[in-house]
Ligand binder design. Structure first.
Ligand SMILES: NC(=O)C1=CN([C@@H]2O[C@H](COP(=O)(O)OP(=O)(O)OC[C@H]3O[C@@H](n4cnc5c(N)ncnc54)[C@H](OP(=O)(O)O)[C@@H]3O)[C@@H](O)[C@H]2O)C=CC1
Ligand SMILES: Nc1nc(=O)c2c([nH]1)NC[C@@H]1CN(c3ccc(C(=O)N[C@@H](CCC(=O)O)C(=O)O)cc3)C=[N+]21
Length: 285
């Protein structure tokens, strides 16, 4: 029988552990979230994050800026948050409006407050095995895999997608777990054949239900990172992953659903990173 990996339940447990630790602190960790523009999907995530941040006993600072915010204004806000002792974590919601330079905005975030793990410093720390802040979604994937596979040594992991936010850091983490890692992307030849050799298959592509059932090796552990909103019946929309779940689930050994898989873990890991950053910053004061 296929086992469904319940990311929602795992994330609830993780948040309870975070809340218990926050309650022992003499200060309140603070997370600042910056949202530029009116993207409705982003707004939902920001609202969810703010609610859960407060629930675990942290301060949530929301900065909603208009879509026509200038580069200078955004950089000034990030600098102000860098200097604010009540702020331990800074998250700038991506993607930014096209007129803004994402790279320079990320580069302005203090690496010690970079709870998304997106700065060059934290990416370098992850690649070299040093202690830093690990991107939330990849960290969530790792925690789910560790909870479901006692030892990943020697397993073949195929990661589809090579973004700085998801694919690359996932591959780094699985390499640290002694997996043999193959990174696949839009130029990969015979992707279905490659996927069929994967003991662990991570899909972070952004293409609804691209990974078909017959791409999955029987018994493989499938982690579906994709969050795609697609039309459903009666003019409504629904969320689907990058894996054709109905086809893949009976073949996989274990699989994450969408919603209720990696998504909730991302927010829990964001809170965990904020706690980690707060403890390090306060210890250094
Ligand atoms: N669950 C969560 O919490 C989160 C979910 N997401 C979701 O995860 C997905 C990936 O996000 P992100 O990494 O930011 O996306 P990006 O668009 O930055 O990267 C997508 C990657 O997929 C690859 N790709 C695209 N088309 C194909 C194809 N036909 N075959 C093989 N590879 C392909 C691209 O290859 P190339 O480099 O060659 O272009 C690229 O490396 C999205 O659905 C996103 O919504 C993202 C963040 C958090
Ligand atoms: N700087 C930055 N960091 C990010 O990590 C980041 C970002 N920008 N931009 C957008 C993407 C997307 N993302 C999600 C987080 C949680 C859910 C989530 O909680 N999903 C739930 C519910 C979704 C719903 O029902 O609406 C689920 O999958 O069960 C989804 C998507 C983080 N991202």
């Amino acid at each position: 029988m296929t086992q469904i990996i319940d990311g929602k339940a795992f994330a609830t447990k993780l948040r309870a552990e975070i809340a218990a630790e926050v309650a022992t602190l003499s200060y309140k960790p603070g997370l600042a979230v910056v949202l530029v523009g009116e993207d409705p999907a982003s707004k939902v995530y920001v609202a969810n994050k703010a609610k859960q941040t407060v629930e675990v006993g942290m301060n949530s600072f929301e900065h909603r800026l208009p879509a026509d915010t200038t580069q200078e204004q955004l950089l000034a806000l990030v600098s102000q948050l860098n200097a604010d002792p009540a702020v331990h974590g800074i998250l700038v919601q991506l993607p930014l409006p096209k007129h803004l330079d994402t790279e320079s905005v990320i580069a302005t975030i203090s690496p010690e407050k970079d709870v998304d793990g997106l700065t060059v410093v934290n990416a370098g720390r992850l690649a070299s095995g040093a202690e830093g802040l690990i991107p939330c979604t990849p960290l969530g994937c790792l925690l789910l895999l560790q909870d479901n596979i006692s030892d990943m040594t020697g397993l073949h992991a195929v990661v589809i997608g090579r973004s700085n936010l998801v694919g690359k850091p996932v591959a780094q983490l699985l390499l640290q777990q002694n997996c043999t890692v193959t990174m696949a992307h839009s130029k990969t030849r015979d992707l279905p054949g490659l996927c069929r050799t994967a003991d662990i298959l991570v899909a972070a592509v952004g293409r609804p239900e691209m990974v078909k059932g017959d791409w999955v090796k029987p018994g493989a552990v499938v982690i579906d990172v994709g969050i795609n909103r697609v039309p459903a019946s009666e003019g409504k929309t629904k969320l689907v992953g990058d894996v054709a779940y109905a086809e893949a689930a009976p073949i996989a050994g274990k699989i994450t659903p969408v919603p209720g898989g990696v998504g909730p873990m991302t927010i829990a890991c964001l809170l965990r990173n904020t706690l980690t950053a707060a403890k390090r910053l306060e210890a250094a004061r």
